[in-house]
Design a binder for this molecule. Sequence first.
Ligand code: G3D
Ligand code: MG
Length: 182
Amino acid sequence: MSSSYDYLFKVVVLGEGAVGKTAIVTRFSHGFFRTDYKTTIGSQFAVKNIDVISSSGDNLTVKLQIWDVAGQSRFQILRPMYYRGSNGGLLVYDVSRRRTFMLLEEWLEELKRAIGKDIPLVLVANKTDLPDRVVEPKEGKEFADTHGMPYVESSAKTGEGIIDIFAELGKTLVYRREQGIR
Ligand code: G3D
Ligand code: MG
């Protein structure tokens, strides 16, 4: 893979423990799904290049540095450090656990407190392959609309929506940069 790129963005992945953050990042960066993830310790990042068509029609290479931050409360004190310098993020919940949806607002606040401004986020409704879904698409879309974010449904297990999540975010980040927004 070529090491040159047009833009580099730091992306943070937020959400409660076990919503599938690590599974999404692994699926996206390596293209497979494993069921033996160790609970993310502290943080780790993956790097992946994607293609984005710029607003003027150019084909750009965008390098995403994706930080997979541990969701468990015992890591709370460390997280702000990883948020700094982020250009965008994913806000992830598990459609089979309502609690993970109810707590989204707290993740937004934690992020805002750490970096002092709003950055583009994509709302990710993960685990859509599960039969025992409890959070309906309508509820997710409503939350996303209220906060001005795109809404993407995904399954790290089947791969559904995974590329869309990053394509959506990459496009938003490029357009903002082209408009001079940092
Ligand atoms: P986290 O990084 O947000 O804490 P993980 O979450 O990526 O570690 O995932 C937590 C558990 O959910 C894992 O199960 C993982 O395999 C599973 N998982 C993640 N995404 C999906 C998905 O889209 N569908 C289904 N069915 N399961 C998913 P285990 O059992 O390995 O702990
Ligand atoms: Mg994890």
